[in-house]
Design a protein around this ligand. Structure first.
Ligand code: NAP
Length: 311
């Protein structure tokens, strides 16, 4: 092995990526994390994380991310702040092209995450954190006792609405169809939790005074407009996994998530997927971190096989 080839290159410095790095370096592997901006990914944008074990009174997402980076670097992980532009995942060693040059790795952990699909309305980006949210588990507590709406009709929207109903004074579910995209068994739970479903409706405008004050709705059949006052709008209309680097190489499911089971192995030998871009039932900081730890075990196993028992 030469020093210029890392045992593992991890693309994405969120909780999955830095946990994979931490566990890999503690197993004696050389690890490089390629991160385009700053540690944390989506987590860094979360004002306060309360549901990560040990967060105590809560911890800022940015701070938790920095701690994860420092923890991995303490044991020898390196970070390259660069935009990964191309990944030749089938090559051996695997080649990652970045805007800071090429890096080689015997194995690769893909940890680029997923980003929420946006409604695409004027002001949506600016109102993020000021009434617009994309994750009830992350930001729901900030709306305790308030009136909120959830946009979407899939399982995520329903799960968000049910979670918010435990905290909020009133929850509306705004769905553009007359039937749920989510499993129909949830209808009873929605009813029992007092959630009001606004069928055949879509959000057409965000009303605000610097903070969200309500939304304008359009009835999809008649285009009749109405206004709904609310303190928060949780957008839960699906997520987009950030898997462009693996496009045409690793297998994905119909929604674009990288197919990987609990071992985090993808369809390409030596390539692993952790966190939100992987097929999995629950996408949270703690499950991404768990993926990272698991990946290290199978990275190690792969390298042992690759070098015939001499990693
Ligand atoms: P999803 O199943 O794709 O549902 C997205 C929902 O948003 C649909 O109701 C869709 O309506 C609506 N939508 C999409 N674009 C929209 C737009 N521009 N404006 C308004 N509405 C829009 O996504 P998801 O709910 O995030 O779930 C993703 C996957 O995770 C699914 O496979 C889901 O089953 C799974 N999941 C499972 C659980 C669980 O507890 N088992 C929990 C959460 C998620 P249309 O139907 O009209 O397109």
């Amino acid at each position: 092995m030469t020093d210029s080839i890392y045992d593992v290159i991890i693309i994405g410095g969120g909780p999955g990526g830095y946990t994979a790095a931490l566990y890999c370096v503690r197993s004696g592997l050389s690890a490089l994390v390629i991160e385009k901006l700053s540690a944390g990914g989506q987590m860094a944008e979360t004002e306060q994380v309360d549901n990560y074990p040990g967060a105590g009174e809560g911890i800022g997402g940015f701070e938790l991310a920095e701690r994860m980076r420092e923890g991995a670097e303490r044991f020898g992980a390196r970070t390259l702040y660069a935009q990964a532009q191309k990944a030749d995942l089938r090559a051996n060693p695997k080649r990652i092209t970045t805007d800071q040059g090429e890096r080689l790795g015997r194995s690769v952990v893909l940890a680029m995450g997923a980003y929420p699909r946006m409604l695409g309305l004027a002001g949506e980006q600016e109102l993020r954190g000021k009434g617009i949210a994309y994750c009830a588990a992350c930001d729901g507590m900030a709306y305790r006792g308030k009136t909120v709406a959830v946009a979407g009709g899939g399982n995520s929207a329903v799960a968000d609405a049910l979670m918010l109903a435990k905290l909020c004074a009133k929850v509306y579910l705004i769905h553009r169809r007359d039937t749920l995209t989510a499993s129909k068994v949830y209808l009873k739970a929605l009813r029992e939790n007092g959630i009001e479903i606004l069928w055949n409706s879509r959000v057409t405008r965000l009303l605000h005074d610097g903070r969200l004050t309500g939304v304008e709705l359009a009835e999809v059949n008649t285009d009749r407009r109405s206004k709904l006052a609310c303190d928060g709008l949780f957008v839960a209309i699906g997520r987009i996994p950030d898997t462009g680097l693996a496009a045409g190489q690793a297998a994905t499911d119909p929604s674009g998530y990288l197919v990987a089971d609990e071992t985090t192995r993808t369809s390409i030998p030596g390539v692993f997927a952790v966190g939100d871009l992987r097929t999995k039932p629950m996408r949270q900081i703690v499950t991404a971190a768990a993926d990272g730890a698991v990946a290290s075990r199978f990275v190690e196993e792969y390298l042992v096989e690759l070098f015939n028992g001499q990693p």
